[in-house]
Design a protein around this ligand. Structure first.
Ligand SMILES: C[S@@+](CC[C@H](N)C(=O)[O-])C[C@H]1O[C@@H](n2cnc3c(N)ncnc32)[C@H](O)[C@@H]1O
Length: 271
């Protein structure tokens, strides 16, 4: 309800107590009932208008991974993206001499690494929760030893126990709150001696405020992310019976003298 000061020189017909200041009541006067309602309505509309303008002017918006990747899918491969591009270089480098049987890639996205894994695997299961990203992947990657499926890493994985030689995840775990579930599913799906490869935004970089982001209609969209420190990855590995066998930190050439951009970890299922 709006507050209306009394008109100068006019005697007020209505006088109501609207709030208390200390021990004394503060009396506010209203001109007439209709004027009171009109001003109240005007104030409500005005407040919503200001709110709308603030939202419209805001340059960046935080969105869920589901909404974000749906919007980003068509342009994910375009332009400059140092984390995406560095990850592509790292994956090629680390797996250039590998020859594997069954590989499971979670968060395959538009297929940037899928074609690399398909080259070194007898069979590749490429999974992602975003239909839009998978649609791009099926257009981009044509090798015939790949099965694309829509699946959520936070649920039970569509793979038989003990069937996988390598699980690979690039730039997906920042979107997942609970690492223990992921590691438990990895442990279940890997055969003994099988490996888990993780490539993630380095937690130091996250502390600088870096997140997956893209531009659309003049706005920057930031995708909701969770911070996982190195110790968290190691603890999740330990509790699920996976042993850390390699750890690397990677810098993009624009990161000279700054925090590493990517962290990669390799775990092995002991038995
Ligand atoms: C930054 S992209 C990385 C794509 C690809 N790995 C790459 O390196 O270019 C993250 C991907 O993870 C997927 N993703 C996010 N949350 C997921 C979830 N809960 N389950 C499965 N996929 C998910 C997104 O749909 C998106 O394709």
């Amino acid at each position: 309800m709006g507050l209306v000061p009394p008109r100068k020189g006019k005697k007020d017909s209505t006088s109501i107590i609207l709030w208390r200041r200390g021990a004394s009541n503060v009396k506010i006067t209203a001109r007439s009932k209709t004027e009171y309602v009109k001003i109240g309505l005007f104030q409500v509309v005005f407040r919503y208008l200001i709110l709308y303008l603030l939202i419209a002017m805001k340059k960046s918006l935080l969105v869920s991974p589901r909404a974000g990747y749906k919007l980003w899918a068509a342009t994910y491969d375009d332009g400059f993206n140092p984390a995406r591009d560095l990850d592509a270089v790292v994956v090629k480098k680390l797996f250039r001499n590998a020859r594997l049987g069954m590989v499971l890639e979670f968060g395959c996205g538009t297929g940037k690494n899928t074609r690399v894994y398909a080259r070194i695997a007898r069979h590749l299961l490429a999974l992602d929760s975003s239909a839009a990203m998978l649609e791009q992947a099926t257009k981009n990657v044509r090798q015939t030893n790949i099965e694309f499926h829509r699946a959520d890493i936070r649920k039970r994985w569509p793979a038989a126990s003990g069937s996988i030689d390598l699980v690979a995840c690039s730039l997906i775990l920042e979107h997942v709150r609970n690492l223990d579930h992921v590691f438990n599913e990895v442990r279940r799906c890997l055969r003994p001696g099988g490996r888990l490869f993780i490539s993630e935004f380095h937690p130091y970089k996250q502390l600088e405020g870096k997140k997956a982001k893209f531009e659309t209609q003049g706005k920057t969209m930031l995708i909701q992310a969770f911070q996982h420190h190195v110790s968290e990855f190691l603890a999740a590995g330990k509790q699920s019976g996976l042993e850390l066998t390699e750890l690397h930190e990677w810098w993009h050439k624009k990161d000279k003298g700054r925090a590493p951009r990517l962290l990669t970890l390799m775990f092995t299922r002991k038995r």
